[in-house]
Design a protein. Structure first.
Length: 725
């Protein structure tokens, strides 16, 4: 039933071909496509939809979402579909979809309303599976968070602050970047063999509760210190080391991670966090690395009086870091570079010492970097800024840097310390995602344009055949009438002259004849009959002109490029639109001002050019009708001005301007976009100007522009070559 309705308006001889052709096109599209009737049942599915859902077309046709998918998903689909049916607004949504194997997918559906013109509404939808894209986004976001956490952690542990301030920044970073519900750090009191709570961030910030002092070997925190092994779980409610499971259930705790703060086999404390979601492997890895870095920071601060030992341990951590850590003097030259320079830049540390920080940057980056270094040497700090370096093999590196001033014991700035994370891979992934997004948008736009062209070509081909047929059928009888009017006029004049002679030579006819003359009003007939014949002749000529215009306009289906009279095409279009230009009773007539230049025959697709004229002139009439009904600024004398010329570059210029309300800039920017329209539903499809733009630019190598000033009017400028190459 539904298939017949969808193609009901096509010519009878084309139905079978169009069905096969449409199904072949739909099935060739890789994205799932479906069509639902007003009862939300599937009536048309492409092969990709069946493969994606895991169900055959025979099973799906005539069924609804409730027959195959979980009720919650089916409810969402039904609500979104009903919104399109009731509003007619194209809807694009991100949804969850469960296939026949029970596998959930993240999809983007685009749904639009289709009216078959006989009162039946259909919903046409396309599906794009973005599950992998979402997973990539999640992994990228996780990597960004981890990178940011590591940078904040590095910034925290390199600050010259007291122990609690440094550790508080670390737990704050865990809460901020690792989604910890709360995070804590204990340090070891060697004399009492007790772990002392130093900082707490997140939902609990106090440090004076029952966990203030934890003996080594007791509770989960004490056991981590005693065993000197991390304790990790993504099932808190099943973990025997979690004592208060009612609290964990009430607060929604899912995961726990605790690491001993170890450095060279020496225990300095414990770091731990609870989370309301499972912890990924990468998060656990960065926590393990963070535990090492925090342990080093504690050791450095505790042993601050022993500068030599502190520096040795600090270097151990720096050299083991996968991030670039370096220092520069006040001239901007490297004084220290860690071993990470080898796998990031490809240089040996010795090759870097004494060289300028900007020696490894592209020319366009140097001035900006010099200013950054000057700010840091002035005592400022720079966090989380991106810069570019060149590796030894000329690879372009993207680095995420933190720059802080380096001071001596007197507080004087003696240089700067930089930590840099190689984010080249992340930037490449971001670029790839952007390119993929751009490619998908271009593919979608190309698909839309193709769909528009197919629909419009079929419609205009049918219209051309219809118009040509009507013109032919009208032309035969009207030619017969027009051709015989001359003879009829001569015969009637002869008869009238004969009647006049009878009246002259027989002024007193029989009483019965006199009564009939009076009855038929012979004097009136003798005066009115020539006028009547003249009106018939005028009407016949008008019909012939209309038929000629219809035949000229019916060139829509001509596939060959020919030399045609552009002015003839404009006049034919105006003739067809003449009923809209006349006085409508509730509005005055629209004046047509023709300023035709001397233009030779133009090589073009005549039917397509006529289609462009029709679209632009019809839009101009719509604009003038709207302006005539606008009470704020009614147009007193509406007109459409058509100006043509041949410029020195052998370009044929056709300007079509109206004095309507004009087009706002925000609308003008999207004027030639497919499916974009400002007209009410049912009055405009948004395809006319888009197709016109394609015809002029792609088919004829010309240009189509719009110049408009709101409140004054709009002007469309068509330019096409006189001769096609």
């Amino acid at each position: 039933m539904s298939k017949d309705k969808i193609i009901n308006n096509l010519p009878a001889q084309s139905k079978k071909f169009c069905i096969k052709f449409l199904l072949q096109i739909v099935n060739a599209i890789s994205d799932p496509i479906f069509v639902k009737d007003r009862q939300h049942c599937w009536v048309l599915l492409n092969d990709a939809f069946c493969r994606f859902t895991g169900f055959s077309r025979e099973i799906l046709i005539g069924k609804s979402d409730y027959d195959f998918f979980p009720e919650a998903e089916a409810d969402v689909f039904w609500q979104k579909d009903e919104l399109v049916f009731t509003t007619g607004i194209t809807n694009e949504n991100e949804e969850i979809f469960t296939d026949a194997q029970g596998i959930k997918h993240i999809i983007v559906t685009k749904k639009c309303l289709f009216d078959d013109g006989v009162g039946n509404l259909f919903l046409v939808g396309t599906i794009q599976n973005i599950t992998e894209h979402k997973q990539a986004e999640r992994l990228l976001a996780e990597k960004v968070h981890i990178t940011a956490f590591h940078a904040d952690l590095n910034a925290a542990i390199t600050q010259n602050d007291n122990l609690q301030t440094v550790l508080k920044r670390c737990t704050d970073a865990m809460v901020k970047h690792l989604d910890a519900a709360f995070a804590r750090i204990w340090t070891l009191n060697n004399q009492e063999n007790v772990l002392e709570l130093q900082v707490s961030s997140g939902m609990y910030t106090h440090i004076n509760g029952p966990h203030r002092r934890v003996p080594v070997g007791m509770y989960k925190i004490g056991l981590i210190a005693e065993e000197q092994q991390p304790h990790l779980t993504n099932a808190v409610l099943e973990d025997p080391r979690v004592g208060d499971k009612e609290w964990a259930k009430r607060e929604g705790m899912v995961a726990f991670a605790g690491y001993p703060l170890m450095l060279n086999g020496e225990l300095f404390g414990v770091i731990a966090m609870f989370a309301r979601q499972p912890l990924s492997e990468s998060t656990l890895q960065i926590l393990a690395l963070a535990a090492n870095e925090i342990a080093l920071s504690i050791k450095r601060i505790q042993a601050e009086t022993d500068l030599k030992e502190s520096e040795r341990k600090y270097r151990d951590l720096v050299e083991s870091s996968q991030n670039l850590i370096c220092s520069i003097n006040t001239e901007g030259r490297f004084t220290f570079v860690n071993q990470a320079i080898r796998h990031i830049h490809g240089y040996e540390p010795e090759e870097m010492i004494g060289r300028l920080f900007t020696d490894f940057q592209p020319p366009e980056q140097i001035q900006k970097e010099q200013k950054n270094i000057q700010h840091v040497l002035a005592g400022e700090s720079l966090f989380q800024y991106e810069t570019v370096h060149f590796a030894k093999d000329h690879r372009r590196l993207n680095l995420l840097c933190n720059f802080i001033a380096q001071r001596d014991q007197a507080g004087n700035v003696i240089g700067a310390i930089c930590t840099a994370t190689d984010i080249t891979e992340r930037k490449q992934v971001e670029t790839q995602l952007k390119q993929q997004t751009k490619d998908l948008e271009q593919a979608l736009q190309k698909l839309q344009c193709t769909q528009i062209q197919l629909i419009q070509n079929e419609k205009m081909s049918s219209l051309g055949q219809l118009v040509a047929g009507v013109a032919h059928e009208i032309n035969n009888p009207i030619s017969f009438i027009y051709g015989n009017l001359t003879y009829a006029k001569e015969y009637i004049e002869d008869l009238l002259e004969l009647v006049q002679l009878y009246r002259q030579y027989y002024p007193d006819p029989a009483p019965k004849i006199q009564a009939e003359i009076k009855k038929v009003e012979l004097d009136f007939i003798m005066v009115d009959l020539p006028i009547l014949l003249k009106s018939m002749n005028t009407g016949a000529e008008r019909i012939r002109e209309i038929v000629l215009s219809l035949r000229n306009f019916s060139r829509m289906d001509e596939a060959e490029m020919k030399e045609v009279d552009i002015h003839e095409g404009i006049d034919s279009t105006l003739m067809i639109l003449d009923h809209r230009l006349k006085d409508q009773g509730d509005r005055i007539a629209i004046e047509i001002i023709k300023e035709y230049g001397n233009i030779p025959l133009v090589e073009c697709y005549a039917g397509q050019i006529n289609q462009v004229f029709m679209n632009i002139l019809a839009n101009a009439i719509d604009a003038l009708e709207e302006s005539l009904s606008d009470n704020k600024r009614p147009v007193k004398k509406p007109y459409i001005r058509i100006y043509t010329e041949l410029n020195p570059d052998k370009q044929v210029i056709i300007n079509i301007a109206d004095n309507g309300l004009g087009i706002p800039d925000i609308v003008k920017q999207r004027l030639f976009d497919p499916f974009f329209t400002t007209k009410p539903i049912g009055k405009g499809t948004g395809m006319g100007l888009s197709i016109s733009y394609q015809i002029i630019t792609e088919k004829h190598g010309g240009s189509l522009k719009c110049i408009s000033v709101p409140g004054i009017g709009a002007e469309f400028i068509i330019a096409i070559p006189l001769r096609q190459r």
